[in-house]
Design a protein around this ligand. Sequence first.
Ligand code: NAI
Length: 387
Amino acid sequence: MNYQRPLRLGMVGGGEGAYIGNIHRLASRLDGAWQLVAGAFDVDAEKGRAFALSQGMDEARSYGTYLDLIAGERGRADKVDAVAICTPNFTHYPIAKALIEAGFDVICEKPITATLEDAVALEKLARESGRFVGVTYTYSGYPMVHEARVRVAAGEIGAVRSVQVEYPLEWMSKPIERQGNAQAAWRTDPKKNGRGGSIGDIGTHAYHLAGFVTGLKLQALTADLATFVEGRALDDNAHVMMRYEGGARGLLWSSQVALGNSNGVRLRVFGETGSLQWFQEQPNELLYTPLDGRVQIIKRGADDLSVDAKVRTRTPPGHPEGYLEAFANLYVGFAEAIRARRDGRAPGALGQNLPLAYDGLKGVAFVEAVVDSAEAATPAWLTPVAV
Ligand code: NAI
C-alpha cells in the first residue's frame, strides 16, 4: 500500500458569488488529491473570513487577507502545500510573488498577470525560486485534447497545415458591466483586466489550446480587435491570423458577444494526411479524418487510446465526463508534479504536459502582441516576446 495524505490547499479569492473559485474547490476535491484547509476568499476581509467558516475552514485558518494567510501558514507544521489564486487578473502578480517569496507553491488562474512586465517577472521568479507554478488553462485538462496532442505528435495527421481555434461567448452582448455585473466590471477595466478584453480573457485559452495540441511555435501574428458594445473600454471580439514556424497557419477567434454561444470552444487541426477536430460541447469525442477516408469518431474511454487520455479518464465510455473532470485533471496533475518534485522522481503521466509559468507568460505575451498589432497604424505582423 502506498497511500499518501491529500495535499493541503489554500485559496485566495473565490468567495461568495465568485465564479471560478467554486470550480477550483469542486475540481480539487474530485480525486481526493487535495484538501482545502485555508483561505483568504474575499477582497472584503470580514466576508472572506465568514465564507471560510462556511466552507469548513478552522477559525485560525480563515484569513482576512492573503498576507494574513502567508503569515499564518508559513509557521505551521501542517502548512498548505500550495495556494490557488482565484482573484481578478491585476492581483495575480502581487499575490503570487508574495506566496512564492514565502516559499509556497502556487496554482494561478489565467491570464497569469495583467501586464507583460509582471508576467516576465513572475515567470523569472518561478524559475529561479524553483517553486511550482501551475496555470489553470482548463481546456488542456480534457482527455480527448490529450489524445489529439498525442496523435499530432505521432504524425497521425502529418505536418500541420492550418489550425482553426475559437472561443465564442455571448454573456457580454449587452453593457452588463454598467448594469451591476461585477465579473464583467473588472473584465472591462484595463487596469484590472489588462489590455486584452475578449482576447485576454478567453483568447488566451484558445491560444494555449492550439499550441498545446499541435506543439507548433508561433512565429508572428496580425490581429483585428473590435469593441461592439458602445462605451466598453476593451475589445469584445478578436480575430487573429497566425504564422507558425515551419509554415503552418492559424486563425483564432475570441468573442464575448457571439449570441448563441456559451463556452463554445472549438479546435480544428488540419494536416497533410488527416485532420483532428474537438468541440468542447461534445468533449468526449474527437473527430479524426484521414486522407481519402471518412470522418471517424474517437470516443473517450476506448481501449486503444493513449496513456495520456486514459489516465485522465474516470468513468467507462458512455458515461459523459466534462468540464469539472477536465479541471480536476489539472489538479491531480499539479499534485503529482508537486509530489514528484518533493520525492526527487520524474512525474507520472498525470504530472506531465501541464500548463506552467512559462505557458502563462506565453499567454500574456500573445495578448500583448495582439493588442499591439491591432493598435498599429498599418496592419502589422508581430512576434510576441515569448512564444
Ligand atoms: P470573480 O469576480 O467572480 O471573483 C473574484 C473573487 O476574488 C471575489 O471573491 C473577490 O472578492 C476576490 N478577491 C478580489 N481581490 C482579492 C484579494 N486581494 N484578496 C482576496 N480575494 C480577492 O472573478 P472570476 O470570474 O472568478 O475570475 C477570477 C480569475 O479566474 C480571473 O483571473 C479570471 O480570468 C479567471 N478565470 C478562469 C477561468 C478558467 O477557465 N480557467 C474561468 C473564469 C475565470
